[in-house]
Ligand binder design. Structure first.
Ligand SMILES: [Mg+2]
Length: 345
């Protein structure tokens, strides 16, 4: 059974308690990239669905004082076309009512889906692996641990003016793909002042980059494994390639068939122009690929381009923001991509 329907109900709430256990939270994060929002969306089903146990991931408790659970990644959607990614959780307890589906996600699902008790919801099981011919990848916060470095360069440029740089503001500018300096100066900065600050940050950049920016653990091996599996790779970054030398020095730049930077496009993400340009250069269809990124604008751009959106949790965004922006899949980091993706026939 790939999909079934149910109605929003109060349910038993047993999984809601379960998801707040620290070992469960950690296991959901490790296995699915989901930092669960407390509580579950409970559905009342007409009959017990035949769920494929062989495709389930099992959560095993560290001790004997808690129960195990079977989990499936699901896509849940309303008749109004709003959808979200979550995990269907089935606690392995005697007498559990199989006509109840308990679903957790990184967001409060009732709000995300705009549903109330009694509303009809469709639940579709996601495949155990995603078949792709290619992957388009964002760079900063996805392959490279560089978000902090951008903050550091900005702080060095801002300090002589007595301005301090809040890391949350750096993340916000990346998540929304808005100009950091305009945010810092409250949108009232004169363009000459913004330009001067930007130039000063760029003056500091090579040293900050070389000192602070690193490839995330496991990402180099993951990229090589994907290429060996025949999956084609491309980079699509909203930057002007400020961190590409780090990938080059790590010997990774040659793995990508094409690189799209801000210089190649007229419109910033979430506009899909850059993703569609990479797709054209690879001569692939949107259905053949996914875009992997760390921010809501990455997810929105992927959806706008008609491709799957995979969100990683090591960069500027978080599970809640990425789910809210339409992520099809969440991963703790890009190093997990080989476990999720296989080459389509
Ligand atoms: Mg990024």
């Amino acid at each position: 059974m790939d999909s079934f329907e149910g109605r929003v109900s109060r349910g038993q709430g047993r999984a809601g308690v379960f998801t707040r256990l620290p070992w469960v939270t950690q296991a959901l994060l490790d296995s699915f990239g989901i930092d669960p929002w407390p509580g579950t969306l409970n559905l009342r089903l007409g009959e017990e669905p035949r769920l494929p146990a062989g495709e389930a991931r099992q959560l095993r408790p560290p001790g004997r004082d808690a129960c195990a659970a079977l989990c499936w990644v699901v896509r849940i959607g309303t008749a109004q076309g709003i959808d979200a990614t979550g995990v269907l959780l089935r606690p392995q307890v005697p007498g559990y009512d199989g006509r109840v589906a308990e679903i957790i996600a990184a967001v409060p699902l009732r709000e995300q889906l705009a549903v109330v008790e009694g509303d009809r919801i469709r639940v579709s099981l996601s495949p155990a692996t995603e078949t792709v011919r290619g992957l388009l990848l964002d760079v900063d916060g996805t392959l490279l641990d560089s978000v902090g470095a951008y903050g550091e360069a900005a702080a060095r440029a801002a300090a002589p003016l007595g301005l301090s740089v809040d890391p949350a503001m750096v993340r916000r500018s990346l998540n929304e793909n808005t100009d950091f300096w305009a945010l810092l100066l409250g949108g009232h900065g004169e363009s000459s002042r913004v330009q001067a600050l930007r130039a000063e940050a760029m003056r500091h950049w090579p040293e900050v980059r070389d000192r602070h920016v690193q490839v995330f653990d496991g990402v180099a091996a993951a990229l090589r494994e994907l290429r060996q599996a025949g999956i084609r790779l491309a980079l699509v970054t909203a930057s002007h390639g400020e961190t590409l030398p780090v990938l080059e020095r790590a010997g990774l730049l040659g793995l990508f068939e094409t690189i799209v930077t801000a210089a190649d496009v007229g419109q910033r993400k979430p506009h899909p122009e850059g993703l569609l340009l990479a797709l054209e250069r690879l001569q692939l269809c949107a259905g053949d690929v996914a875009y992997v990124g760390d921010t809501p604008v990455d997810m929105l751009a992927a959806r706008a381009a008609g491709m799957r959106a995979f969100g990683v949790l090591q960069g500027a965004g978080d599970g809640r923001l990425l789910t809210g922006a339409g992520a099809d899949r969440l991963l703790p980091g890009a190093a997990r991509l080989p476990g999720l993706c296989r080459l389509s026939a």
